[in-house]
Design a binder for this molecule. Sequence first.
Ligand SMILES: Nc1ncnc2c1ncn2[C@@H]1O[C@H](COP(=O)(O)OP(=O)(O)O)[C@@H](O)[C@H]1O
Ligand SMILES: [Mg+2]
Length: 507
Amino acid sequence: MARSDALLRMEGITKAFGGVPALRGVDFDLRPGEVHALMGENGAGKSTLMKVLAGVHQPDAGTIRLDGEAVTITSPRRATDLGVAIIHQELNTVPDLTVAENLALGAEPRTRFGSLDRRRVLDDASTKLERIRASVDPRLPMRRLSVGQQQMVEIARALAEDARILVLDEPTAALSSSEARQLFALIDEMRASGIGLVYISHRMEEVWELADRVTVFRDGRSVGTSLRAELSPEQVVNRMIGRDVEDLYVRTDHAPGEVVLSVEGLTDGAGIGPVDLELRAGEVVGMVGLVGAGRTEIARMIFGADPARGGSVTLDGRRLDGRSPSSSVRDGIGLLPESRKEQALFPAMSVRDNIVASTLDRLTRLGVLRNRAAADVARTQMDALSVRSTSAAQEVQHLSGGNQQKVVLGRWLAVGPRVLILDEPTRGVDIGAKQEIYRIINEQAGAGTAVLVVSSDLPEALGISDRVLVVRGGRIVADLDRSEATEEAVMLHATGVAATKDGGTQG
Ligand SMILES: Nc1ncnc2c1ncn2[C@@H]1O[C@H](COP(=O)(O)OP(=O)(O)O)[C@@H](O)[C@H]1O
Ligand SMILES: [Mg+2]
C-alpha cells in the first residue's frame, strides 16, 4: 500500500543502457513541501532516475506512483501533464527564440485571425516571470541570457504549467553566487507552497542549507535516505564512496631516482613561461594553481601539443628538438589531456581500438594490425585498470566517465611511458574510479615513471604527490616538498600573497 503522505513513490526502478546497468532497483519517494536532495558521485544514476520520472527514459522495470496511483510516463509531454517538471543539467530552451517565445512554446496564443498573438505572448511571459520575480527581459533572445537567467525562465515555465514536482539537476553548477542565492530563495518559496522538490547536487553546503531529506546513490543503487538533521556530511561522503574518506588517496613513498625530464626556460613567447622544472623517475609531482594560471598550457607545451618559442626539454640527458605530440609518444612522454572527450577519445571506436591507438606501430606487421596481439594488449590494460565494459568491442562512448578515463590511461600505459603528464585525470569521474586512477598513478611511479599531475582538486593534489609545483601567471612560483605543501601554503603562492609578503618569498 502506498502511504498517503507521498506525492511520488518510485519503486524498484531498473534501467540499463546497452546492457550496462545505470539503475539497479531503486526506491525513491518525495513528499509535498519538501526538498529531497539526491547525492552521489558522477555516474551513480541520479540523472537517469530523474529522466525516468520525466518521461525521457522508459524504465526496464519498476513502478512510479503519483498520489498512490501507478502511472506510466511515456513522454516528457505526459510528465508535464502529470505535474512533473525537470530542469535538466543541460538546459532545455531554444537559444534563438526570445524568452517570451520559449515560455509560450507548445501553447502559443493566437489572435482571432489565427496568427501568433505577439502582444499576449509578451504579457503572459511578463506575468510568468514576475511570479518568480525574475529580472529578465522577455524580448531578449534566450542565448543572450546568463545560465542563471535561463534557468529562471525554465522554472517560470514549470510553475506556469502547474508543476507539483520540480527536479533541479545540479542547478548551481554554472551560477554566480548571487544567482544561486536567488535560486535558493525561490526554492524556499516553492517548498512553502507545497511543491515537492528533488535537488541534485554535489555541493554539501547547499544540501545542508536546503534539504529536508537526503538520499545517496552509489553505482545505480540507493544506499539510504535520511532526514538531513540526522546526518553528518561525513556520513554522506562515506555513503557516496562506500568507504572512509581517509583511505581515498593512494600513495606509497618512492625514493625518487635520477632526473628523467628537465625543462629549462620553456616559453610560448606570450603569457606562459619561462618554465623550469625537473621530474625524477618514480616521483609524482602535482601541478596546482588557480583557474587560468597556465597549468594546462605548460603541460601541453612540454608534450609538444602547443609550440614553444624558446627553452628546452631534455629527456634522459638527451635534448629533444622539433617536438610534436607524435615525437613525444615515440620518446615515451604521454599526455592525458584535460578534455578527454574532445582530445583523446575516439567515441565511436571500441575499447580495444582506443587502447591500442598509440601502440599501432608495434602491433602492425606489413601494414596489417595483428589482431591477436592488439587484443592481448587491450585485455592486459583492461584488467590492470579494471575497465568496466561489456567487452573489448564495446564503443567507448557508452562507458561511464571514469571508465573512459581509464581507457585513455590504458593507451599510455600500453606504450610504457618514461614521463606521464595527466591533466585533471579525475575530473568528472566517480569516486570509485578516482581511487583506481590514484592506484594506477602510484603503481606507475613505483615502476619508475615520472608522473606530473595537473589538478584543480587541491586535497587530491596534496594527497597523491611527492612534490607540488604552484603555477601563477604562467610560471612556476613555488616548488614545495610534500612536508611543506599544505593547502594554506599552496594558496598563498597561488594567489600571489606569498610573493608580496615581506619582500617576496622564494618558491
Ligand atoms: N543515454 C545514455 N546512454 C548510455 N549510457 C548512459 C546514458 N545516460 C546515462 N548513462 C550511463 O548511466 C550511468 C548513470 O549516469 P547518470 O544517471 O547520468 O549519473 P549521475 O547523474 O549520477 O552522474 C553512467 O554510467 C552513464 O554513463
Ligand atoms: Mg547527472
